[in-house]
Ligand binder design. Structure first.
Ligand SMILES: C[S@@+](CC[C@H](N)C(=O)[O-])C[C@H]1O[C@@H](n2cnc3c(N)ncnc32)[C@H](O)[C@@H]1O
Ligand SMILES: *[C@@H]1O[C@H](CO)[C@@H](O)[C@H](O)[C@H]1NC(C)=O
Length: 261
């Protein structure tokens, strides 16, 4: 494996620090007690990072998203909506309600703004914003008025950050998604190459600290495919992606069995 690939992460890390260090420092000066709240601090930093990297990422993968997200239909739940970059890819004629899950409340005003731009608002009952993580299925279902209310769940580059993903994805699909519902995802995943995976694991401790828990070599695709709740599954990669990249991607469309388990 080429060293430039193995070390590419350093470029991203230094960029993140360049754009987010000063804004985060400014926040700390306004609220010094933040230094004792590492989780809060990490989210703050991520919110500042995503102001810049969010746009670049969106531009870079807009064709993947255009091919995937128009499949979302009915009541749609986005996992980790970030700054609301993905809303405009939805086919509005197919979406009855857009529910955004985003535990980082620093990003909420941007999500609300992006939703309003395409016509989803809380006032009209077509938009709901929940401050929870994907692992908090009890809270999600309470807020939604019960289990099995969601027709489509989608996640763009977020499942990598959900804590204890292997165990928390199951209740999300089992209890939040309707029978017959759809899961769409676009994620970076574990490389099938041993040398690339070695580097993914090597960088994860520092990468996860900087990027809000993001695990580089997490086999998100394999874990999801392995759930025994699918009637149909289609999981592919990006055509022509460099096999040596630490950010190897996976695109998934899965349909949950229609009979309630
Ligand atoms: C890399 S960003 C992607 C944002 C957005 N999906 C996009 O495509 O622009 C990851 C997002 O996941 C959110 N996140 C972190 N932990 C989460 C969790 N446990 N559940 C749901 N979202 C989470 C972060 O706050 C952040 O907005
Ligand atoms: C990101 O994109 C939005 C929408 O195009 C734009 O308004 C904003 O200024 C951009 N932010 C940065 C930091 O480039």
């Amino acid at each position: 494996m080429k060293l430039t690939n193995a070390l590419s992460v350093l470029v991203d890390l230094s960029y993140a620090f360049r754009v987010a260090f000063l804004p985060t420092l400014r926040d700390i000066l306004h609220a010094p007690l933040l230094v004792f709240r590492p989780v809060q601090l990490s989210r703050l930093f991520m919110a500042h990072v995503w102001v810049f990297i969010g746009n670049t990422t969106d531009e870079c993968y807009s064709s993947v998203k255009s091919g995937l997200l128009p499949d979302a239909h009915g009541v749609v739940l986005e996992i980790g909506a970030g700054r609301g970059h993905n809303i405009r890819y939805l086919d509005k004629t197919k979406v009855a309600k857009y529910v955004a899950l985003e535990p980082n409340t620093r990003m909420h005003s941007e999500i609300r703004k992006a939703a309003a731009e395409v016509g989803f608002t809380e006032d009209a009952g077509t938009f709901v914003l929940l401050p929870y993580g994907a692992e908090e299925t009890g809270l999600i279902n309470s807020a939604l008025g019960g289990p099995h209310t969601i027709d489509t769940i989608f996640s763009i580059l977020t499942f990598c950050s959900v804590p204890n993903f292997e165990n928390s994805i199951r209740p999300l699909v089992d209890q939040v998604l309707k029978p017959g519902g759809t899961l769409l995802f676009f994620e970076h995943v574990r490389s099938r190459r041993a040398d690339v995976f070695w580097w993914q694991r090597f960088w994860t401790p520092i990468w996860a600290k900087v990027f809000d828990g993001c695990e580089l070599g997490r086999p998100v695709d394999t874990i999801i495919e392995g759930l025994d709740m699918w009637e149909r599954k289609e999981v592919t990669g990006i055509e022509g992606e460099d096999p040596e990249t630490l950010f190897v991607h996976s695109i998934g469309r899965l349909t949950k069995v229609s009979t309630a388990a």
